[in-house]
Ligand binder design. Structure first.
Ligand SMILES: C[S@@+](CC[C@H](N)C(=O)[O-])C[C@H]1O[C@@H](n2cnc3c(N)ncnc32)[C@H](O)[C@@H]1O
Length: 162
């Protein structure tokens, strides 16, 4: 299924609400030649950011003092948001296997006291054998990982009170 309003939005034009947009073939071609890998490393895509923030506010609902693992943190924007919400006693451990993303995250949010960025992945994250996290946040990540059963197994055993 293809969402025309979203394509139109990405084309960067404005139309009246509910009006079917005219699609410009050149703009469509440009859209699909976008280098997602590069773009995602430079800054996480805005749609996943908006979804992630909404997910945090409506489902995760972090409280001051919580310890949260952000698994597959990317460039760290949502990790920093979580860290802000659990302040002052709470902390966020943000993990990603990609060194370049972690470097960008560290550059942007390295000064946030209750946030640490650690190299790791869904099979090997800090505390995988011992730590209890109030919540394990994982946004736009599972589809990257072939063995989904293992990810859920690892996350589930480290969440408090399950
Ligand atoms: C689309 S980005 C999402 C980043 C961030 N969660 C966000 O919403 O902005 C997917 C991230 O998953 C990471 N990733 C890939 N394989 C992973 C694995 N096995 N375990 C944890 N993270 C992984 C990638 O390096 C990438 O940073």
């Amino acid at each position: 299924m293809f969402n025309l309003s979203r394509v139109h939005h990405l084309n960067g034009e404005r139309t009246q609400k509910n009006k079917t947009p005219e699609l410009n073939p050149q703009k469509m071609a440009n859209l699909f030649s976008y280098d997602a890998e590069l773009g995602c490393k430079q800054r996480s895509l805005s749609v996943q950011m908006v979804d992630g923030k909404m997910f945090i506010e409506t489902k995760v609902a972090p409280q001051a003092g919580n310890t949260i693992l952000d698994l597959g943190c990317g460039t760290g924007e949502l990790s920093a948001y979580l860290a802000e919400l659990v302040r002052p006693e709470g902390k966020v451990v943000a993990v990603d296997p990609d060194k370049e993303r972690l470097l960008l995250a560290q550059r942007s949010y390295g000064d946030v006291k209750n946030l640490s960025f650690v190299e790791g992945n869904a099979s090997n994250f800090p505390g995988i054998e011992s730590e209890s996290y109030y919540n394990i946040f994982c946004n736009y990540v599972i589809h990257w990982i072939p063995d989904k059963q293992e990810v859920f197994k690892n996350m589930f055993k480290r969440v408090e009170g399950k």
